[in-house]
Ligand binder design. Sequence first.
Ligand SMILES: Cc1cc2nc3c(=O)[nH]c(=O)nc-3n(C[C@H](O)[C@H](O)[C@H](O)COP(=O)(O)O)c2cc1C
Length: 207
Amino acid sequence: MNPVIKALNFRHACKEFDSRKKISKGHMEMILTAAHLSPSSFGMEAWKFIVISSDEAKKALRLACWNQPQIADASHVIIICARPKAADPSSDYVRMNFERRGLPEDATKAYIEKYKNHMETEVFPRMSAYAWCAKQCYIALANIMTTAASEEIDTCPIEGFEKDWVEKVLHIDTQEYEVAVIVALGYRVREQPPRRRHSMDQTVEYR
Ligand SMILES: Cc1cc2nc3c(=O)[nH]c(=O)nc-3n(C[C@H](O)[C@H](O)[C@H](O)COP(=O)(O)O)c2cc1C
């Protein structure tokens, strides 16, 4: 079987982690490398990955996450933060991001202009900078989950949290970063339940 499909079959939203089993430093580095290598629109990388492993922090975080036990029992929890201010077309961050391509000044300027135009005409009329950055964060989330699964490490993506509370508990500087999504990682206690999916016919359309 294709190794990615094998990992995708292994992955499920793990509801019960074995709190005694910890993910190795090497595995965590591999998983975070997958996040780091994730693509983002215009290569903006307007995100940050905060890794939580202390029992104390996980306990406090659990309360802000609908009291879900996965948070406290997981070996590690990654808080994926969006960086909305960085996506501002007039920010130094955007300029630096395009400059690092090493293009002539004219081409860099043209890129920034194209980005500004895209954000102003297509993105901002439909969503906030936070929502746009969060979309990119979910790509990293998927790569984190698939890479973990390829090493038989379980995950649970978490959207069930109170954003303001999580940001307060973790002392996140919300002028720069806002929580987009959370993922708990560890090792399952039970076998995964049967997979529920609508049929391919219902969800895929060939034209
Ligand atoms: C963005 C996102 C947020 C989710 N949030 C939660 C959550 O807060 N708690 C939870 O137990 N499961 C959560 N889930 C898991 C889904 O319920 C689960 O992926 C879905 O039911 C399909 O099951 P499977 O992942 O085991 O195939 C979330 C999934 C995604 C993709």
